[in-house]
Design a binder for this molecule. Structure first.
Ligand code: BDP
Length: 663
């Protein structure tokens, strides 16, 4: 495996020991079956097993410990990506209806390790719940003067682009595809949703570069998508308009898309950010978002492609004095009325919360409001607002809460959605994600997309086993416990020392790292906390506030409407309350702010201590990188604590009940 994965990440060679020491038959044809065979053969070469390859399994099954085979007749029950796993007569069998299912079956067997070869196993069916598990790379082809190579990237340069062109050497891209496939990802957009002028040409003149990337990702079952600008007919096609109802515009998209499919036959489709933060869109022509999305959907439909149309549409030039323009309302106000108007191959891609990837937000009300629209849940693996991969913040529990949320009190978001999309946190950093422990976020996205109801702690344990192979170390139990201790609660720890009780932001403007309580308070971006000497929080209730709470169905609308029933962790998102307001926890808001900020720092200091104790059980380079980042996290957490606590102490004049020193 070492050739395919040059850097430390999940799937190091020892993770393949159980599989590689067996006699394994791979039966099937096509490039994905070839990939399974390549993986098996490499593992067997490393651990002494034998890899047998055939188109059909007949006659070769005897004497094999593990068999991979394709049975197209099972397509109805398994789809193209599912598989059956069974163990009987001392043989483990993975049966899929198509080779893509074999690939997922392979990584499942690797996760099971020796357990895949023990005893009997009645037939189990494995099938992804969400058809599309996608990464969006906010990668710029050329280094952007403000945003750099990767917008909101904290893991070095782009894996795909360097110096304004696709990387020539695509080994790293192949290795990335392999890692992603092993977590369940099956789609990827290779460029930033903010499509700048030069990047726009990836759709036309520079399509060959995209095709090369698609070739590198295809062997691992990953379909390539492209972010496009809505203004493409004008900026690339020389047309006077990009009006979605104009015949020449439709023809341009149809021809352009035909050329894309000629170059990339399994192209996944387009990702579009339109009428958002200055990007062009259908509003300029007096058209709506369904018109815009359906234009592209129409061009993609003949080839089975999909348009992912983002719902992140709001007015970023707001007046903070006018609360009726509440940014939290925007996505729902724009899109809910359009339910039923989107084409069947248009997917509305909705950020998980109504604002912008804060550490705590309510779940977007759009998920309950568009039963006749295909929806994707968009999460942010890149830690723009959650410590920028200098802080440990494993987001699995947060994403799991979103996917398990029941907008109408019945179905879960994970059942209502078609796709899970994450903004990738990977780059050309040797550890892929800058902070080696941030890999856990990347892995978790794919696994939650496969099974949105899965226990995130179970997913974390898989990642720990695959990445650190604890059994191969001197003290597996201590290593596992230590990794769990530093990761499991890290999201809540981060929440404790940053913006309190769901109020959000309070970050440095622009780069969004570190505290600035009033950083955005008087700016037009619409992200406010409204703290004054009497209280804090945004009144979003129906009766007296912006009305956002009424965008939910019951029971949520009622629950959020009153500070008496609103969950503590979202209180300041929905309500402006006095500092003396008593939470369900029994504490006042101001005392909660003080206590959580002291606790958060203590928890980071403890995590740093635990990590230090794992030296000797973790590869030294990786251990040192994490240790170094903990120094910054401790510094950063203290800075947050001191800013937030002193701000609210001065604002409220209320002393800490425990008499601790507040700077
Ligand atoms: C915000 C980021 C910005 C992105 C935008 C988006 O700050 O860089 O372009 O989201 O999702 O969180 O389009």
């Amino acid at each position: 495996m070492s050739a395919a994965a040059p850097d430390p990440a999940w799937l190091p060679a020892p993770a393949f020991r159980a599989l590689g020491s067996r006699r394994v038959l791979v039966a099937g044809t096509g490039s994905l079956a070839d990939t399974v065979h390549t993986e098996v053969a490499a593992a067997c070469a490393a651990f002494g097993g034998a890899a047998v390859r055939a188109a059909e399994p007949d006659g070769l099954v005897q004497g094999c410990d593990l068999v991979f085979r394709v049975r197209p007749g099972h397509l109805g029950e398994l789809g193209t990506e599912g598989f059956y796993l069974r163990r009987a007569d001392a043989r483990t069998t993975v049966t899929a209806a198509a080779p893509h299912g074999l690939l997922h079956g392979l990584f499942h067997v690797v996760r099971l390790g020796e357990a895949a070869f023990a005893g009997r196993r009645p037939r189990e069916r494995h099938r992804p719940a969400l058809a599309v598990r996608m990464l969006n790379h906010w990668d710029n082809v050329r280094v952007h003067p403000v945003m750099g190579q990767v917008e909101r990237g904290y893991a070095g340069g782009s894996l795909f682009w360097r110096d304004g062109a696709a990387r020539g050497d695509l080994d790293r891209v192949r290795a990335y595809g392999r890692l992603l496939a092993a977590s369940g990802i099956n789609a990827l957009a290779v460029n930033n949703v903010n499509v700048h002028e030069e990047e726009a040409r990836l759709l036309t003149g520079r399509l060959g570069e995209v095709a090369d990337l698609a070739d590198a990702l295809r062997p691992y079952g990953i379909r390539t998508h492209l972010s496009v600008t809505f203004a493409a007919p004008v900026v690339l096609g020389g047309l006077p308009t990009a009006d979605p109802l104009d015949e020449a515009v439709r023809a341009w998209w149809a021809e352009t898309t035909a050329r894309v499919y000629a170059a990339i036959p399994d192209f996944g489709g387009y990702v579009v950010k339109a009428d958002s933060e200055g990007r062009p869109g259908p509003f300029a022509y007096g058209r709506g978002h369904a018109d815009g999305a359906n234009l592209l959907a129409g061009a993609l439909a003949p080839y089975g492609g999909t348009v992912h149309w983002r719902a992140f549409v709001y007015d970023h030039r707001q007046d903070w004095r006018d609360r009726s323009t509440d940014r939290a309302r925007a996505a729902y106000d724009h899109f809910a009325p359009l339910d039923g108007e989107f084409a069947g191959n248009a997917v509305l891609q909705v950020k998980h919360g109504p604002m912008d990837f804060q550490v705590r937000e309510p779940v977007s009300p759009l998920f309950g409001a568009m039963p006749r629209t295909r929806l994707a849940v968009e999460v942010q693996a890149t830690q723009e607002y959650t410590g920028q991969q200098r802080h440990v913040c494993w987001l699995g529990p947060m994403w799991s809460e979103v996917l398990r949320f029941r907008p109408d009190g019945a179905s879960r978001v994970g059942d209502l959605a078609d796709a899970l999309v994450a903004v990738s946190n990977a780059g050309d950093d040797p550890w892929w994600t800058g902070h080696p422990l941030a890999q856990a976020n990347l892995y978790t996205v794919g696994r939650l997309g496969w099974r949105p109801g899965a226990d995130p702690h179970g997913i974390l344990d898989e990642w720990i086993e695959l990445t650190f192979t604890p059994e191969r170390t001197g003290d597996p139990g201590r290593l596992r416990d230590g990794l769990r201790a530093v990761l499991r609660g890290s999201w809540r720890t981060y929440e404790k020392y940053t913006a309190p009780l769901g109020v959000g932001f309070m970050v440095q403007p622009g780069h969004h790292y570190g505290p600035a309580v009033d950083g955005y308070e008087y700016s037009p971006w619409g992200t406010y906390h409204f703290a004054d000497r009497d209280g804090v929080g945004v009144d979003r209730c129906r009766a007296t506030g912006t009305g956002y709470a009424a965008q939910y169905a019951n029971p949520w609308a009622e629950l959020y409407e009153s500070p008496r029933t609103c969950p503590d962790e979202l209180l300041l998102f929905f309500h402006h309350v006095p500092y003396g307001h008593v939470l369900h926890s029994g504490k006042t808001v101001i005392q909660h702010i003080y206590d959580t900020h002291f606790e958060g720092v203590e928890e980071v200091e403890e995590a740093r201590r635990v990590w230090a104790s794992l030296a000797g059980l973790v590869e030294p380079g990786r251990h040192a990188r994490v240790a170094e980042r903990y120094e910054e996290q401790v510094r950063g957490a203290r800075e947050w604590r001191d800013h937030i606590n002193s701000y609210f102490f001065r604002m409220s004049g209320v002393p800490d009940a425990h008499g601790r020193r507040i700077h």
